[in-house]
Design a protein around this ligand. Structure first.
Ligand code: GLN
Length: 481
């Protein structure tokens, strides 16, 4: 029986002849089949991944030096361009569109010999917190089929949670990697804005979007991050800073830290009392181990969600204007004048949540309201950046819950957009200010569901974030109750 704990262990097994890439792919294809009901995958590349695995096994038998991600079985969120494969952003509007090039992140995975096993379900255009906005149906949380997996990268989170792949990629504009990771009990990292190229990532809100990684081991997270990060001529917002060898330096112990948490977050009436207790246990543990943990005032907490939704819908209304039925994707099959053609195509092609956001975004950018909403929100974003710089002049890390509750029941918030948006209260800050953030699955709730802590460090200090994550996963991960 195929057994997987980390890429490192898998590579040792491959090189010792204890397993093969074909065996690995067969194992994951088997789980995908068994877990079909979860609806995590929009498409599985069965033949293609088996063939690629066989090629890799053959190549390894001739030449034992292998790529960093040799034979690693990866699933991709359906917002990442994968050449010659369908790409829909879980929307009807892209129709039968097929990607014409590889996203830089995907190109780099393939160059290091990863195997792409399939394309995962998500909220339409990555807009959502529960994966209930996909044009192709909900995704179920593998631990409890009556609960959401979180969103928008729900399929990618569940694919890792349910052992349908080793690691997966998602995207995180306001929490779409960290929150589903939290709901599914896996690791989810969103690096610093500009760490990973966005070339080939379908744009939702370009000044927020980042590709993120789901995994079960910190060492896997580190290795994948190191492969896909770094300079890229196709994305002018990507940083040219060198990419440290995250995976080689993980074991280094981080010295005692100065850690801040937001008083308002732990006092928030929306926070589940048991999640609060978990956070308090972690704080006590960290203090006992010599770290300084301190509550700080974060007077902006009530403003982060409105600021996030004003700015992201504004950017989305512009980014999504390209889906007009003319150049690619879905189009109405009627003879109409141009305006009605656009209108009809977009009305039929987009789902309700996406349409709502396009309208909201157009409204906040409209001449009469621009200053009242868009400019104001930009000013708040600036204040948040200043506050963040101040925090990092005194602290090494910030800890927060990922979400106010554990995974909620399917349908619970679908009729209440405000409640749904407020569920993002703890994750959007990180994107507003461009920090790296990770969700670590440390705790179990008495309701049988997992939850974690969200840790943020200063910009481009992913190495440090991963080192402390490695340590914390060993020290503070609690047993399932
Ligand atoms: N839930 C947030 C939203 O709906 C975050 C989405 C994301 O990070 N892609 O916008």
């Amino acid at each position: 029986m195929f057994n997987y704990t980390s890429i490192e262990q898998y590579h040792t097994d491959l090189l010792n002849g204890h397993t093969t890439c074909v065996e690995a792919v067969q194992f994951y294809l088997g789980t995908i089949r068994k877990e079909k009901i979860l609806n995590a995958f929009l498409q599985v590349y069965e033949e293609e991944s088996l063939q690629r695995a066989a090629e890799l096994d053959e190549a390894r038998s001739k030449q034992p030096s292998i790529g960093k991600l040799h034979g690693v079985v990866v699933a991709l969120k359906d917002v990442l361009s994968h050449k010659d494969h369908p790409l829909t952003a879980a929307s009807k509007i892209l129709g039968d569109f097929t990607a014409v090039y590889n996203a830089t992140a995907v190109e780099r995975l393939i160059a290091e010999e990863a195997i792409i096993i399939g394309r995962t379900n998500c909220d339409e255009f990555a807009m959502g917190s529960s994966n209930e906005n996909s044009a192709f149906g909900n995704v179920l949380n593998a631990l409890d089929h009556s609960k959401v997996p979180g969103g928008s990268s729900g399929g990618s989170a569940v694919a890792v949670q349910a052992d349908c792949c080793m690691v997966s990629l998602g995207s995180d504009t306001g929490g779409s990697v960290r929150q589903p990771a939290d709901f599914c009990g896996v690791i989810g990292i969103k690096p610093t804005y500009g760490r990973i190229s966005r070339y080939g990532l379908i744009a939702y809100a370009s000044s927020f979007d980042q590709i993120g990684i789901f995994a079960k081991a910190i060492s896997d997270t580190a290795l994948v991050l190191e492969v896909i990060s770094g300079k890229d001529d196709f994305d002018s917002t990507v940083s040219t800073l060198p990419v440290p060898a995250y995976s080689d330096n993980l074991q280094e112990k981080v010295k005692p830290l100065r850690i801040a948490y937001f008083r308002e977050a732990l006092e928030s009436p929306s926070l589940d009392p048991e999640i609060n207790e978990g956070m308090r246990r972690l704080i006590t543990g960290l203090q006992k181990d010599g770290n300084q943990v301190q509550a700080i005032d974060f007077e902006y907490l009530d403003y982060v969600v409105p600021t996030y939704y004003i700015l992201t819908t504004a950017e989305a209304s512009s980014n999504l204007s390209r889906y007009d039925g003319i150049k690619f994707g879905y189009r109405v099959d009627k003879k109409l004048d141009l305006t009605n053609f656009y209108c009809q195509t977009r009305s039929e092609g987009f789902g309700w949540e996406v349409k709502k956001r396009i309208m909201l975004g157009s409204f906040v950018l409209s001449s009469g309201y621009y200053d009242a909403y868009f400019t104001k929100a930009q000013q708040v974003r600036k204040l948040l950046v200043e506050k963040t710089n101040l925090i990092f002049s005194e602290f090494d890390a910030i800890i927060l819950p990922n979400a106010p509750t554990t995974a909620f029941p399917l349908g619970e918030k679908t009729d209440d957009p405000i409640a749904m948006y407020l569920a993002d209260i703890f994750t959007v800050f990180c994107n507003l200010v461009g920090l790296p953030g990770i969700s670590l699955p440390l705790f179990w709730h008495r309701n049988g569901l997992p939850y974690g802590v969200q840790v943020m460090t200063n910009r481009f200090s992913e190495l440090y974030l991963l080192q402390l994550s490695n340590q914390w996963m060993q020290l503070y991960r609690e047993e399932r109750i």
